[in-house]
Design a binder for this molecule. Sequence first.
Ligand SMILES: O=C(O)Cc1cc(O)ccc1O
Ligand SMILES: [Fe+2]
Length: 455
Amino acid sequence: MLDKAQKQTGAGSTAGQMLDYMPGFGNDFETESLPGALPQGQNSPQKCAYGLYAEQLSGSPFTAPRGTNERSWLYRIRPSVRHTGRFQKIDYPHWKTAPHVADHSLALGQLRWGPLPEPSENLNFLEGIRTMTTAGDALTQGGMAAHAYAFNADMVDDYFFNADGELVIVPECGAIQVFTELGKMDVEPSEICLVPRGTMFKVTRLGEEKVWRGYLCENYGAKFTLPDRGPIGANCLANPRDFKTPVAAYEEKETPCRVHVKWCGQFHVTEIGHSPLDVVAWHGNYAPYKYDLRTFSPVGAILFDHPDPSIFTVLTAPSGEEGTANIDFVIFPPRWLVAEHSFRPPWYHRNIMSEFMGLIYGRYDAKEEGFVPGGMSLHNMMLAHGPDATGYEKATNSELKPVKLDHTMAFMFETRFPQQLTRFAAELETLQDNYIDCWTDLKKRFNGTPEGDWS
Ligand SMILES: O=C(O)Cc1cc(O)ccc1O
Ligand SMILES: [Fe+2]
């Protein structure tokens, strides 16, 4: 498919201009921002059109089975090897990488935070990332990190790639433009995007806000994919056509630029004299994408009881052990609650998997108050949690007519690994010291009679 990409040339779109995307999950895409830039019938012509360089970006081993084999061919103004000079070490002290057991004095517990405070200085996306938890081991390519971000400045001549894993960006406040080597994505709250491991990009602000804020899941392991639907069949949940991959777009800029790299938990920077986002055309299946969470078609309880939240999995990153995800990215979208004679909110729960949650807008049905948009909670491996006392009270007494749970979008990064808290998270001023008090009023109702004490 040679797409509408011709519209999308040179110097990049300005905010407000609609970008073009190609639909589908894991498709083999092709796109060119200048006519004839993409070679036909071969990957490596002796001379590429427009004097471009051909370069392969491999997201899987060459020999991975077809189902998981991912690579793209990039046709660019300079090869990437000219987009990095001699590296120097640089510090991003707030971005931590597993294994990382922080030195802090916070004891084990169910934890909840308010949103990150607004930055008191100018910070771009990269400088605004704050690691909350890490899990597993980036060096053996398993596990993840949960980050929050808050920034108020653009990456202009600063570019970044993460060799340690792919990044899922979940904006909560403020739309952003993610300009990657393979094209541009405008991403607003309720949408997410994924930047594959090793892909160069920069993030700029869209619209007027005081702060651009959200969450970030760094996946050190096997790539996120769509979960199997089993007996649900061929439709619903996250449908492949709702994933949007950007068309080719490039920047031709011969000015001083910096490329920042995260590699095995350490950061390096190199100065170059041009933009590294210079891919004029590309084809392949290793590519960024965005997804609108509002297009998720939930399937749920239509008679009684509360199903496991795995029914709301948007993307899953397998760990090699069947059914045991390195990470599940799960959402709690607007939906109808119709279950009869049932306790409708999430049940009380202890879990071998560990649950990091955030809220994009609205209110979450297990928490009547305290869990606010931009906030975070951590229910770590085997730590009990569930609805707060007010939620329990309501759920056990309310009339069970159909109710639309509307205007709500919470999400969870759930991992098989215990999540280690960073010192930043342990000492964050928005940590709610009284979180566990939300369960204090769950009183004893057992009185030895089958009716119980509901007074
Ligand atoms: O709020 C949570 O803890 C997440 C969650 C939601 C749900 O519907 C069932 C189980 C579960 O862990
Ligand atoms: Fe849970």
